[in-house]
Write a protein that binds this ligand. Structure first.
Ligand code: KG4
Ligand code: ZN
Length: 336
C-alpha cells in the first residue's frame, strides 16, 4: 500500500511516499529555517504562509522522486495534531482536497506517533511493544508503546520541553535558531563539568520531567557573570547544559525501563539527534542489557516519511477521516 503523507505542523513543509509503513519511496522537506533565524524562533504566521506557498511543489516533487503519479497512490495521510494551528490547517486542507479529488481514503496522524514511527523506517525489525522517549521542541514524553496504535503515557514534562529548554539556553549564549541543534554543533567538545545545573525533583512522580529550574539557573549564571564582568565559555556552558538535560532524560528513562520491564528502548523527536543524548542512551542501554533504537539523523526532525509510516498502521487499525477532519493544536498521544 502506497501512502502519500503530508506534514506541516511547525516550520517544515514535508511530503513523502511510503510503502507498507516501512519503505520510503520519497521524502521531501522544504525547511524554513533561514527565514525564522531572523526572529530567533518560529513565527507562526510566517510558517503558515510558507506552507501555503510550498506545499503543491513539495507534493509534486515527492511524487516525481518516487517515479509515481497520484493514480499510483492508495491513500492520503496528514498530520492533524498537535502543532501550530495555522500551519497544521494548511496540510490538513491540502490533504482533504487531494482525498476529495482522487476519492482516496484520508488517514489522520498524530505528530508524536509519527516521531515514534521514524524508527520503523530506520529499523526494519522494530515492532512494539517498547518504551519510547519522545523529545521534541514542544514535547517530552515517556510512553509505553504497547502496539502500533496503543500508547500509555508514563511520564511527561510539567513545564518546558527538552528542545524548547535547549533552544532557550542556546539563545542566551547567542547561538542561532534552532538553538538545540547549534548548541550540539558548537559545544559537543566543551567541558560538561564546567558549570552546574540543578536536577529537579518532581512532586508525585519518578517519571515526569521539569526543565524550568535548569533554564532559570542558566539565566542567573549568565546574568551574574555579566554583572561581575566575567566571560562565559559558550562551549563549556553549552556542554554542561546539554549534560544536565541529558542526565535528567536518562534518569527518568532508566526508572521507566525498571517500571515497565521493557527490553527495547526507542528514542524519537528532534532532540533525539543530539550527540550527547545518543551516547548516554547507548551507555544506559548497554548497562541494562536493553536494545536501543534511534532514528537516522534525517528522520529525527520533522518529516513526512515518519507520518506515512505511522499512517499505514493507523489505516490497518481502522483510523480513517472524512472531509470534516479538522486540525487540533493540542492532543495527547493516546487520543485519536
Ligand atoms: O521534532 P522537532 O523537529 O519539532 C517538533 O516537533 O517540535 O524538534 C525540534 C527541536 C528543536 O528544539 C531543536 O532545537 C531540537 O529539536 N534539535 C536538537 C538537535 N537537533 C534538533 N536539540 C539538540 N541537539 C540536536 N542535535
Ligand atoms: Zn516534531
Amino acid at each position: 500500500m502506497k501512502i502519500l503523507a503530508i506534514e506541516s505542523s511547525c516550520d517544515d513543509t514535508g511530503v513523502a511516499v511510503v510503502e507498507d509503513g516501512r519503505k520510503v519511496l520519497s521524502n521531501v522537506v522544504a525547511s524554513q529555517v533561514p527565514e525564522h533565524i531572523l526572529y530567533g524562533g518560529v513565527v507562526p504566521e510566517i510558517a503558515s504562509r510558507r506552507h501555503c506557498e510550498n506545499i503543491s511543489a513539495v507534493c509534486q516533487k515527492a511524487l516525481d522522486d518516487a517515479n509515481l503519479t497520484l493514480s499510483d497512490i492508495d491513500a492520503i495521510a496528514v498530520t492533524y495534531a498537535p502543532g501550530l494551528i495555522g500551519a497544521l490547517l494548511v496540510g490538513v486542507n491540502f490533504a482533504k482536497g487531494l482525498s476529495f479529488s482522487t476519492g482516496l481514503p484520508l488517514i489522520p496522524v498524530h505528530h508524536l506517533r509519527g516521531h515514534v514511527a521514524s524508527n520503523y523506517i530506520t529499523h526494519a525489525d522494530l515492532r512494539p511493544p517498547f518504551l519510547a522517549l519522545i523529545v521534541s521542541g514542544g514535547h517530552t514524553h515517556l510512553v509505553n508503546v504497547k502496539d502500533y496504535t496503543v500508547f500509555d503515557v508514563i511520564g511527561r514534562t510539567r513545564d518546558d520541553a527538552a528542545g524548547e529548554t535547549m533552544d532557550k539556553a542556546a539563545r542566551l549564549l547567542g547561538l542561532a535558531y534552532p538553538g538545540g541543534l547549534n548548541m550540539d554543533k558548537t559545544c559537543a567538545n566543551g567541558n560538561p563539568k564546567a558549570y552546574s545545573f540543578p536536577m529537579p525533583k518532581v512532586d508525585g512522580s519518578d517519571f515526569d520531567f521539569s526543565f524550568s529550574g535548569m533554564k532559570t539557573a542558566a539565566i542567573n549564571t549568565i546574568h551574574h557573570a555579566e554583572q561581575k564582568g566575567e566571560s562565559i565559555s559558550v562551549e563549556d556552558f553549552g556542554a554542561s547544559f546539554m549534560a544536565a538535560v541529558v542526565r535528567l532524560l536518562c534518569k527518568r528513562t532508566d526508572a521507566a525501563l525498571s517500571l515497565t520491564g521493557n527490553q527495547k528502548l526507542v528514542i524519537a523527536g528532534g532532540v533525539s539527534a543530539n550527540s550527547v543524548l545518543r551516547k548516554e542512551m547507548e551507555k544506559l542501554c548497554k548497562k541494562r542489557g536493553v536494545r536501543l533504537y534511534m532514528p537516522l539523523l534525517k528522520y529525527c526532525g520533522d518529516n513526512a516519511a515518519m507520518i506515512g509510516s505511522q499512517a499505514y498502521y493507523e489505516y490497518l487499525a481502522g483510523n480513517k477521516a472524512g472531509l470534516k477532519l479538522n486540525a487540533i493544536a493540542s492532543m495527547d498521544i493516546d487520543k485519536n
